[in-house]
Write a protein that binds this ligand. Structure first.
Ligand code: NAD
Ligand code: DAU
Length: 340
């Protein structure tokens, strides 16, 4: 199989490419990535010399480049990870999110339609369903109700992808996953940010009361779900991935402090994220029963191994936090009001 993977130098794309090349060395992967602040070519440096891997530095919204790539490589499948992915940044600069997440996806869908393709897997998120009350869980049939510029742009991309399935019979499949964690995650996200702060004995900024609930899934379990959808999923269908580990943020952070043997006094409640979604929970019965997916990594085990990865790969994140991230952190947290 010849695969076009987009956004492969980001967190999940990196983990996906590494696992795919390990499991299916007979496949060929082209990875196109714009190398935004979140894309790190170092993540895949050790696979760069493999004959079945090619990196292309470019923008998924660049129609000429994308057309040229499809013409040259005649892909069998696309897995579209490329996105602006951080909710806080979408509140600062929504237009970047619309350009990549919506127009970029549409550019890929158009090229796939023109050149023909067997599978187009759109990597989406549980955030498109909006915010849940205290009970229930998102099903694939739950109406989309996004509440941040990020989730609105991802929902728009999902609608477009399904529209291309219905209108042009493009073989589109969509995955919607809950919060991922694991190696190579950019330090703007809750867990790497907290690990790195704690390693510097800095406080962890807890938004609001810290009682927002998320479902945490190890990135390797997400990637196995994507592989199953790519291989055996039904065209035109959406597959939720998650549904195993719902916890309030504050509990997640207390467990992290326990693993790192640090006091809970490092938890500092700060002004909340505007429009903060209160609760996500995923019903993943469909992917479990249809495709036989199940998560293999428990949260306790996965969190401990993630902490180990950040401890063993200091140079990876030290380079990041001394660059663009420094300004971002100052902007985001410098003047944030502490709550008593
Ligand atoms: P990330 O921010 O770590 O990586 C995104 C990658 O896309 C980066 O390498 C970046 O350089 C690249 N990129 C951005 N704009 C581009 C463009 N115009 N053209 C080409 N490349 C571009 O994101 P992630 O956490 O790895 O998320 C990957 C996908 O999974 C996203 O679509 C996201 O919405 C989805 N998702 C993420 C999570 C999560 O918890 N992280 C959960 C569910 C779904
Ligand atoms: O649910 C899937 C989504 O998970 C993905 O689609 C997104 O790409 C990914 O970024 C993630 O979104 P969240 O907004 O849930 O992730 P984040 O790590 O930013 O925040 C997790 C929770 O922790 C959320 O309730 C906000 C809170 N938080 C976050 C940060 C960065 C804090 O309390 N303090 C923080 O400093």
């Amino acid at each position: 199989m010849k695969l076009l993977v987009t956004g492969g130098c980001g967190f999940i794309g990196t983990n996906f490419i590494r696992a795919h090349l390990r499991e299916k060395p007979e496949d060929f992967i082209v990875n196109i990535d714009l190398l935004t602040y979140a894309g790190n070519p170092e993540n895949l440096r050790d696979v760069e010399s493999q004959p079945n891997y090619l990196f292309v530095h470019g923008d998924i919204a660049d129609a000429t480049l994308i057309d040229e790539l499809f013409r040259t490589h005649r892909f069998d499948a696309v897995v579209n990870f490329a996105a602006e992915s951080h909710v806080d940044r979408s509140i600062e600069t929504p237009h970047v999110f619309l350009r990549t997440n919506v127009l970029g996806t549409q550019t890929l869908l158009d090229a796939a339609r023109r050149h023909g393709i067997q599978r187009f897997v759109q990597i989406s998120t549980d955030e498109v369903y909006g915010s849940l009350g205290p009970t229930g869980a998102f099903k694939e049939t739950t109406p989309l109700a996004p509440r941040s510029p990020y989730s609105a742009s991802k929902a728009a991309a999902d609608h477009l992808a399904l529209a291309y399935y219905h209108t042009y019979k493009l073989p589109v499949l969509i995955t919607r996953c809950s919060n991922n964690y694991g190696p190579y995650q950019y330090p703007e996200k809750l867990l790497p940010l907290s690990i790195i702060n704690v390693l510097h004995d800095r406080e962890i900024p807890v938004y609001g009361d810290g009682m927002q609930r998320r479902e945490w899934l190890h990135v390797s379990d997400h990637c196995r779900g994507i592989e199953l959808v790519l291989e055996k999923g039904r065209e035109g269908e959406v597959y939720n991935i998650g549904g195993v580990n719902e916890r309030p943020n504050i509990e997640v952070l207390k467990l992290l402090l326990e693993i790192l043997n640090k006091p809970t006094s490092l938890l500092c409640h700060v002004e909340d994220r505007p429009g903060h979604d209160r609760r996500y929970a995923i019903d993943s019965t469909k992917i479990r029963t249809e495709l036989g997916w199940e998560p293999l990594v428990s949260f306790e085990e996965g969190l401990a191994s993630t902490v180990r990865w950040y401890l063993e790969n200091r140079s990876w994140w030290e380079r990041i936090i001394s660059g663009e991230f420094r300004n971002y952190y100052e902007r985001m947290y410098g003047n944030r009001k502490k709550l008593s």
